[in-house]
Ligand binder design. Structure first.
Ligand code: SAM
Length: 239
């Protein structure tokens, strides 16, 4: 329930230093930020990240991009938090001959407990994100009332708001009805332009989105089908 969830009143009030200590200085400590701090913003969001498989795959592939998992379940969020902390620590203990590039890995990835359906615009300002992922969401979507679904016409306006023009929204699911539902509403939305699957055939990010999450791997073990639909955020009408 909501009152247990922490979220900033606005993105400007968000203290990211807890999540990415290498990239943000703590505003409560009266110290000068280090060089390179407070420069970057979170750019990629994995909505309903589950156990974090996508982010752990992408973080070392894109070490200069800050990426965040948003997960509503407390225990799952804690699991991912611990997973990232352990991986960072392991990396920092690598022998000194390891390159800086290797040693600094996983500082660009974090997870936050949040209800992305309600609060995504509290965390990100307009156009802040360049990628947003919905991977194997809503397994029981058919039994849910429309307004409880993670992709609805109303929520697409929120996702379009935080996504920058040219940014990409990825959906992958093993539930065919859900795929059709998501694609229908995204296709109908004026701010989302469908990307032909052929255009992303060799996209390593889509490959990771299809195969590196825990749910995606389960579907693979069971030899299930996966449906992919990706959309590019259209330019703002006023531009
Ligand atoms: N994306 C992951 C994967 O592919 O392995 C997890 C898929 S799991 C079926 C869906 C996840 O979305 C669950 O972990 C659930 O707790 C989370 N979730 C559902 N509604 C959410 C919301 N409103 N905000 C954030 N996370 C949510």
């Amino acid at each position: 329930v909501d009152h247990e969830l922490d979220y900033p009143k606005s993105p400007a009030e968000m203290d990211w230093s807890f999540y990415y200590p290498k990239y943000f200085s703590n505003p409560d400590q009266q110290v000068e930020p280090l060089e390179g701090q407070n420069v970057k913003k979170v750019e990629w969001a994995d909505v309903g990240c589950g156990f974090g498989g996508l982010l752990m795959a992408l973080a070392p592939m894109f070490p200069d991009t800050l990426m965040l998992g948003m997960e509503i379940r407390m225990s799952v969020t804690k699991y991912v938090t611990d997973r990232i902390a352990a991986t960072r620590q392991h990396q920092s203990l690598l022998p000194s001959e390891s390159t800086e590039r290797v040693k600094g890995q996983y500082e660009n990835v974090s997870v936050i407990r949040a209800n992305a359906m309600k609060h995504i615009a509290n965390f990100f300002e307009k156009g802040q994100l360049s990628k947003i992922f919905f991977l194997f969401p809503d397994p029981h979507f058919k039994n849910r009332k429309q307004k409880a679904r993670i992709i609805t016409p109303g929520l697409l306006a929120e996702y379009a708001y935080v996504l920058q023009p040219g940014g990409i929204l990825y959906t992958v699911t093993d539930v065919k009805d859900l795929h059709e539902w998501m694609a229908l509403h995204l296709n109908n939305h004026p701010l989302f332009i469908p990307i032909p699957n052929s255009e992303l055939e060799n996209d390593p990010i889509l490959e990771a989105a299809r195969t590196s999450t825990e749910e995606g791997q389960k579907v693979e073990r069971n030899k299930g089908d996966k449906w992919v639909a990706c959309f590019r955020r259209a330019p703002n009408p006023e531009d």
